[in-house]
Design a protein around this ligand. Structure first.
Ligand code: MG
Length: 241
Protein backbone atom coordinates (compact mmCIF):
# COMPACT_ATOMS: atom_id res chain seq x y z
CA UNK A 1 0.00 0.00 0.00
CA UNK A 2 1.25 3.45 -0.88
CA UNK A 3 0.24 6.20 1.51
CA UNK A 4 0.37 9.64 -0.08
CA UNK A 5 0.51 12.43 2.47
CA UNK A 6 -0.46 16.04 2.04
CA UNK A 7 1.82 18.31 4.09
CA UNK A 8 0.23 21.53 5.34
CA UNK A 9 -2.60 20.89 7.75
CA UNK A 10 -2.10 17.12 7.52
CA UNK A 11 1.44 16.19 8.57
CA UNK A 12 2.31 19.52 10.12
CA UNK A 13 1.30 23.08 10.78
CA UNK A 14 3.52 26.09 10.24
CA UNK A 15 0.79 28.71 10.10
CA UNK A 16 1.18 31.07 7.18
CA UNK A 17 4.93 30.65 6.82
CA UNK A 18 4.65 29.52 3.20
CA UNK A 19 2.58 32.58 2.28
CA UNK A 20 4.93 34.88 4.19
CA UNK A 21 7.92 33.44 2.35
CA UNK A 22 6.18 33.79 -1.03
CA UNK A 23 5.23 37.39 -0.30
CA UNK A 24 8.75 38.23 0.85
CA UNK A 25 10.26 36.66 -2.25
CA UNK A 26 7.90 38.41 -4.66
CA UNK A 27 8.80 41.70 -2.95
CA UNK A 28 12.54 41.08 -3.04
CA UNK A 29 12.65 39.89 -6.64
CA UNK A 30 9.89 41.93 -8.23
CA UNK A 31 8.98 44.75 -5.82
CA UNK A 32 5.44 43.40 -5.49
CA UNK A 33 3.90 43.93 -2.05
CA UNK A 34 1.45 41.40 -0.59
CA UNK A 35 1.48 39.39 -3.78
CA UNK A 36 -0.67 36.72 -2.21
CA UNK A 37 -3.40 39.18 -1.24
CA UNK A 38 -3.47 40.71 -4.69
CA UNK A 39 -3.99 37.47 -6.52
CA UNK A 40 -7.05 35.31 -6.09
CA UNK A 41 -5.85 31.88 -5.13
CA UNK A 42 -7.61 28.66 -4.46
CA UNK A 43 -6.58 25.05 -4.18
CA UNK A 44 -3.84 24.65 -6.73
CA UNK A 45 -0.26 23.54 -7.08
CA UNK A 46 2.40 26.11 -6.26
CA UNK A 47 3.44 26.25 -9.92
CA UNK A 48 -0.03 27.45 -10.90
CA UNK A 49 -0.36 29.78 -7.91
CA UNK A 50 2.99 31.45 -8.56
CA UNK A 51 2.30 31.95 -12.26
CA UNK A 52 -1.18 33.28 -11.52
CA UNK A 53 0.23 35.79 -9.04
CA UNK A 54 2.91 36.83 -11.50
CA UNK A 55 0.31 37.32 -14.25
CA UNK A 56 -2.08 39.27 -12.03
CA UNK A 57 0.75 41.47 -10.75
CA UNK A 58 1.99 42.15 -14.28
CA UNK A 59 5.36 40.46 -13.76
CA UNK A 60 6.39 39.60 -17.29
CA UNK A 61 9.83 38.17 -16.58
CA UNK A 62 8.72 35.69 -13.91
CA UNK A 63 11.07 32.70 -13.80
CA UNK A 64 10.11 29.96 -11.36
CA UNK A 65 13.63 28.53 -11.52
CA UNK A 66 15.02 31.79 -10.17
CA UNK A 67 12.12 32.28 -7.76
CA UNK A 68 12.25 28.84 -6.11
CA UNK A 69 15.70 29.02 -4.47
CA UNK A 70 15.02 32.53 -3.14
CA UNK A 71 11.65 31.36 -1.81
CA UNK A 72 13.13 28.31 -0.08
CA UNK A 73 15.85 30.40 1.51
CA UNK A 74 13.23 32.83 2.87
CA UNK A 75 11.04 29.93 3.95
CA UNK A 76 13.85 28.29 5.90
CA UNK A 77 14.53 31.54 7.78
CA UNK A 78 10.86 32.13 8.55
CA UNK A 79 10.35 28.52 9.69
CA UNK A 80 13.40 28.76 11.96
CA UNK A 81 11.83 31.73 13.73
CA UNK A 82 8.40 30.13 14.11
CA UNK A 83 8.07 28.69 17.59
CA UNK A 84 4.53 27.50 16.90
CA UNK A 85 5.25 25.13 14.01
CA UNK A 86 4.48 21.57 14.92
CA UNK A 87 3.84 18.02 13.80
CA UNK A 88 0.12 17.35 13.99
CA UNK A 89 -1.33 14.80 16.45
CA UNK A 90 -0.80 11.13 15.70
CA UNK A 91 1.31 11.72 12.60
CA UNK A 92 4.58 10.22 13.85
CA UNK A 93 2.86 7.05 15.08
CA UNK A 94 1.23 6.60 11.67
CA UNK A 95 4.46 7.25 9.76
CA UNK A 96 6.12 4.65 11.99
CA UNK A 97 3.28 2.22 11.32
CA UNK A 98 3.72 2.59 7.56
CA UNK A 99 7.51 2.38 7.83
CA UNK A 100 7.26 -0.85 9.82
CA UNK A 101 4.79 -2.61 7.57
CA UNK A 102 6.17 -4.72 4.73
CA UNK A 103 5.03 -3.54 1.32
CA UNK A 104 3.81 -0.20 2.63
CA UNK A 105 5.45 3.11 1.87
CA UNK A 106 4.87 6.76 2.75
CA UNK A 107 5.11 9.25 -0.11
CA UNK A 108 4.25 12.89 -0.54
CA UNK A 109 1.47 14.38 -2.60
CA UNK A 110 1.59 18.09 -2.03
CA UNK A 111 1.00 21.42 -3.71
CA UNK A 112 4.37 22.57 -2.39
CA UNK A 113 7.41 22.89 -4.58
CA UNK A 114 9.68 19.93 -3.88
CA UNK A 115 12.30 22.11 -2.20
CA UNK A 116 9.64 23.88 -0.14
CA UNK A 117 8.19 20.54 0.96
CA UNK A 118 11.60 19.43 2.14
CA UNK A 119 12.24 22.69 4.01
CA UNK A 120 8.92 22.45 5.83
CA UNK A 121 9.31 18.79 6.77
CA UNK A 122 12.93 19.25 7.85
CA UNK A 123 11.88 22.11 10.13
CA UNK A 124 9.74 19.76 12.23
CA UNK A 125 11.90 16.64 11.96
CA UNK A 126 9.72 14.67 9.53
CA UNK A 127 11.95 14.71 6.46
CA UNK A 128 13.63 11.44 7.38
CA UNK A 129 10.38 9.59 6.66
CA UNK A 130 10.51 10.75 3.03
CA UNK A 131 14.19 11.38 2.36
CA UNK A 132 14.83 7.89 0.98
CA UNK A 133 11.95 8.05 -1.42
CA UNK A 134 12.69 9.98 -4.58
CA UNK A 135 9.07 9.64 -5.62
CA UNK A 136 6.14 11.82 -4.87
CA UNK A 137 3.83 14.41 -6.26
CA UNK A 138 4.91 18.01 -5.94
CA UNK A 139 3.81 21.42 -7.14
CA UNK A 140 6.73 22.13 -9.47
CA UNK A 141 4.91 21.47 -12.72
CA UNK A 142 1.77 22.79 -14.42
CA UNK A 143 -1.49 21.00 -13.80
CA UNK A 144 -3.50 19.98 -10.78
CA UNK A 145 -2.92 17.63 -7.90
CA UNK A 146 -4.72 14.87 -9.80
CA UNK A 147 -2.15 15.28 -12.56
CA UNK A 148 0.75 15.11 -10.10
CA UNK A 149 -0.62 11.94 -8.49
CA UNK A 150 -0.53 9.62 -11.55
CA UNK A 151 2.90 11.03 -12.43
CA UNK A 152 4.10 10.10 -8.95
CA UNK A 153 2.58 6.63 -9.27
CA UNK A 154 4.25 6.14 -12.65
CA UNK A 155 7.56 7.27 -11.17
CA UNK A 156 7.04 4.86 -8.32
CA UNK A 157 6.34 2.00 -10.73
CA UNK A 158 9.48 2.78 -12.73
CA UNK A 159 11.58 2.83 -9.57
CA UNK A 160 10.18 -0.16 -7.73
CA UNK A 161 8.94 -2.33 -10.54
CA UNK A 162 5.60 -2.40 -8.79
CA UNK A 163 2.64 -0.83 -10.53
CA UNK A 164 0.13 0.06 -7.87
CA UNK A 165 -3.50 0.18 -8.84
CA UNK A 166 -5.28 3.33 -7.70
CA UNK A 167 -6.95 1.36 -4.90
CA UNK A 168 -3.49 0.41 -3.60
CA UNK A 169 -2.98 4.10 -2.88
CA UNK A 170 -4.35 6.05 0.06
CA UNK A 171 -4.39 9.84 0.06
CA UNK A 172 -4.44 11.53 3.44
CA UNK A 173 -5.19 15.23 3.37
CA UNK A 174 -6.91 18.12 5.08
CA UNK A 175 -8.43 19.80 2.04
CA UNK A 176 -11.34 19.51 -0.35
CA UNK A 177 -8.65 19.48 -3.04
CA UNK A 178 -7.21 16.27 -1.54
CA UNK A 179 -10.57 14.51 -1.48
CA UNK A 180 -11.36 15.54 -5.06
CA UNK A 181 -7.91 14.45 -6.17
CA UNK A 182 -8.33 11.00 -4.60
CA UNK A 183 -11.74 10.55 -6.21
CA UNK A 184 -10.49 11.62 -9.62
CA UNK A 185 -7.69 9.08 -9.60
CA UNK A 186 -9.73 6.35 -7.88
CA UNK A 187 -7.53 6.19 -4.78
CA UNK A 188 -8.70 5.47 -1.28
CA UNK A 189 -8.66 8.49 1.00
CA UNK A 190 -8.83 9.79 4.50
CA UNK A 191 -9.75 13.40 5.23
CA UNK A 192 -8.61 15.11 8.40
CA UNK A 193 -9.83 18.41 9.81
CA UNK A 194 -6.54 19.64 11.26
CA UNK A 195 -5.99 22.25 8.55
CA UNK A 196 -7.87 25.36 7.44
CA UNK A 197 -10.97 23.52 6.22
CA UNK A 198 -13.77 22.87 8.74
CA UNK A 199 -14.97 19.28 9.16
CA UNK A 200 -18.44 20.19 7.81
CA UNK A 201 -16.95 21.37 4.53
CA UNK A 202 -14.88 18.20 4.25
CA UNK A 203 -17.92 16.06 5.12
CA UNK A 204 -19.88 17.71 2.31
CA UNK A 205 -17.38 16.16 -0.12
CA UNK A 206 -18.29 12.67 1.18
CA UNK A 207 -14.79 11.40 1.94
CA UNK A 208 -14.36 7.71 2.67
CA UNK A 209 -13.20 8.58 6.17
CA UNK A 210 -13.12 11.83 8.08
CA UNK A 211 -11.25 12.37 11.31
CA UNK A 212 -11.11 15.45 13.54
CA UNK A 213 -7.41 14.64 13.89
CA UNK A 214 -5.15 11.60 13.43
CA UNK A 215 -4.44 11.11 17.14
CA UNK A 216 -6.27 7.79 17.53
CA UNK A 217 -3.71 5.59 15.80
CA UNK A 218 -5.75 2.39 16.01
CA UNK A 219 -8.80 3.95 14.36
CA UNK A 220 -6.80 5.63 11.62
CA UNK A 221 -4.88 2.42 10.97
CA UNK A 222 -8.21 0.61 10.70
CA UNK A 223 -9.31 3.18 8.13
CA UNK A 224 -6.02 2.76 6.26
CA UNK A 225 -6.71 -0.95 6.11
CA UNK A 226 -10.20 -0.35 4.79
CA UNK A 227 -11.93 -1.60 7.91
CA UNK A 228 -15.60 -1.19 8.62
CA UNK A 229 -17.16 1.78 7.00
CA UNK A 230 -14.84 1.76 4.01
CA UNK A 231 -16.59 3.44 1.17
CA UNK A 232 -19.09 5.13 3.44
CA UNK A 233 -19.01 8.63 4.73
CA UNK A 234 -17.56 8.85 8.20
CA UNK A 235 -17.43 11.50 10.86
CA UNK A 236 -14.53 11.46 13.28
CA UNK A 237 -13.75 7.95 12.17
CA UNK A 238 -17.23 6.60 12.74
CA UNK A 239 -19.64 5.73 10.01
CA UNK A 240 -22.41 8.18 9.37
CA UNK A 241 -25.62 6.34 8.52
MG1 MG B 1 -3.12 20.66 3.16
Amino acid sequence: MFVFWDIDGTLMSCGSDGTKALNKTFFELHGTENAFLRAGIGNALDFAILHRIAAECGIEDFDINAFAPAYVSNLERILAENGDKRVLPGVVALLEYVRGRAGWESLLLTSNLRAGAEAKLRSVGLWSYFADSPCGGFGDAPGEKWDAAPAAIAELAARSGRSPAPRDCILIGDGVYDIRCAKRIGARHIAVATGWTPAEILAAESPEYLFADLADTARVVAAMNGASGAGSRCADGEAVP
